[in-house]
Design a protein around this ligand. Structure first.
Ligand SMILES: Nc1nc2c(c(=O)[nH]1)N[C@H]1C(S)=C(S)[C@@H](COP(=O)(O)OP(=O)(O)OC[C@H]3O[C@@H](n4cnc5c(N)ncnc54)[C@H](O)[C@@H]3O)O[C@H]1N2
Ligand code: MOO
Length: 416
């Protein structure tokens, strides 16, 4: 096996180098399965969806009113005899006689010959006819939705690799698609390590700390549409650890842990991981999140990522390194979508290292996005993460930023 992942040694890696090397851990996307429309939310398309119909199917009225063939030249009549009625769900095949109109409701197909719709509010009833109040305001072709204007038959509606959200589900349904081929949902095992780490609900020992990371990770994974296998807090007992890791390697597509990865960290976790798989310990030029372990576990060579223990480092390294692996497992490209904002304050970072600061961005009166940090940036301080709506990325080529300078921000997808 020529995994660059294991050959990078002790050198400090850039974020991009680390991400590229980690990609080797996932060789194949997960298998493809057919899933019914109602269960597709959050899933990733394994193949493109091509429209089998025109959407809309017919050229139809966008307003309740009358449909008629508007004379392109010559005298425009203001009174139009009503020759019939077309309701939504019905169709009139008889062509419209010149100078006549039909009553029509929104969504009903235009009869042959008709090309223009006038809304009811602009009409006055005169016996079996209607009078158009301001014929000079009518535009030829107005209030008509053309067949296929949303999607034409044979057109690719959604590309392979698309994650299906609310809009995509509506689009699939509008094509009459009752199900699609998607990648199996990734199954990700998570566990916490560390003697001090205590489960919420238990009494906190004098030197203890409550287990924040497993819940943060489960939340982040759920947001990514992943099935979470919670392995709990693994004990510092070699044999129990090996059993838990073997089980994870059997059942999961990816194993993610937190804690116990810093340089010289001599603990049971590392020994057990090395017994179950092949591991590399890295230092990455990123803050927070410098130490990281990676490798493969068990006979199935399940990718493993050991994130650092500090809670904010967990969130930042998840977004930088776990999300791209989840994308690969689901056959899609990693697509970070940073925005540009003007910093309102001095931001500190160091050249040669990518810094992620917790920030708050907002639209300024100048029409541009502005950002400031949420304050204390220690990598254990979760309250400044809770206050943040973005991460500010200061890449390794820059030394901080001064007020007025443009910086990259990554909006955080927060429930609100
Ligand atoms: N000599 C060095 N020491 C450290 C380095 C280094 O490069 N050289 N890096 C520092 C950085 S940066 C980080 S980040 C941490 C990462 O260390 P570990 O991954 O080994 O993590 P731990 O030591 O286990 O924990 C760090 C910190 O986080 C707390 N923690 C751990 N797990 C949880 C959890 N599930 N929920 C909440 N908090 C957790 C733990 O109590 C520690 O306070 O190493 C530095 N040291
Ligand atoms: O990389 Mo460690 O991230 O922050 O404290």
């Amino acid at each position: 096996m020529t995994l660059s992942c294991f050959e990078l040694g002790e050198r400090m890696l850039t974020v991009v180098e680390a991400r590229e090397a980690l990609a080797d851990l996932v060789r194949h996307a997960l298998p493809v399965e057919p899933v019914p429309l109602a269960a597709l939310h959050g899933r990733v398309l394994a193949e493109p969806v091509v429209s089998a119909i025109d959407v809309p199917q017919n050229t139809n009225a966008a307003m309740d009113g009358i449909a008629l063939a508007w004379p392109v030249a010559g005298e425009v009549p203001s009174v139009w005899p009503v020759a019939g009625e077309v309701l939504a769900g019905r169709q009139r095949d008889t062509p419209l006689a010149a100078g006549a109109c039909v009553r029509i409701t929104t969504g009903a197909p235009l009869p042959p010959g008709a090309d223009t719709v006038i809304m009811r509010e602009q009409l006055v009833e005169v016996g079996d006819a209607v009078r158009v109040e301001h014929p000079e305001r009518v535009r030829h072709g107005q209030h008509v939705r053309q067949a296929g204007e949303d999607l034409a038959r044979g057109e690719t509606a959604l590309a392979a690799g698309t994650r299906l959200g609310a809009a995509e589900l509506g689009l699939l349904a509008s094509l009459g698609v009752a199900g699609a081929f998607v990648h199996r949902r990734p199954r990700v095992a998570v566990f916490s390590t560390g003697d001090e780490v205590t489960a919420p609900g238990e009494a906190l020992p004098p030197a203890g700390i409550y287990d924040a990371n497993r819940y943060t990770l489960a939340g982040l994974l759920t947001e990514q549409g992943v099935e979470v296998l919670d392995l709990g807090i693994l004990p510092d007992a070699h044999d129990a650890l090996v059993v838990a890791l073997r089980e994870a390697a059997d059942r999961a597509d990816l194993v993610v842990s937190s804690g116990g990865v810093s340089v010289g960290h001599a603990d049971f976790t590392r020994a057990a991981l090395e017994e179950v798989g092949r591991l590399a310990f890295w230092r990455i030029a990123i803050r927070p999140g410098r130490p990281l372990a990676c490798g493969q576990l068990g006979a199935r060579q399940v990718p493993f990522l050991g994130l650092p223990g500090n809670p904010v480092a967990v969130m930042v390294t998840f977004l930088q390194f776990v999300v791209p692996l989840l994308d690969r497992l689901q056959g899609r490209a990693y697509r970070p979508a940073p925005l540009t904002a003007v910093t309102d304050e001095t931001l500190k970072s160091r050249q040669g290292r990518t810094d992620f600061l917790r920030g708050i961005y907002h639209a300024g009166p100048d029409g541009r996005l502005h950002v400031r940090s949420t304050g204390a940036q220690g990598s254990g301080i979760l309250s400044s993460m809770v206050a943040a709506n973005c991460l500010i990325e200061l890449t390794d080529d820059r030394e901080g930023a001064v007020p007025g300078e443009a910086v990259s921000i990554h909006p955080l997808h927060r429930l609100s």
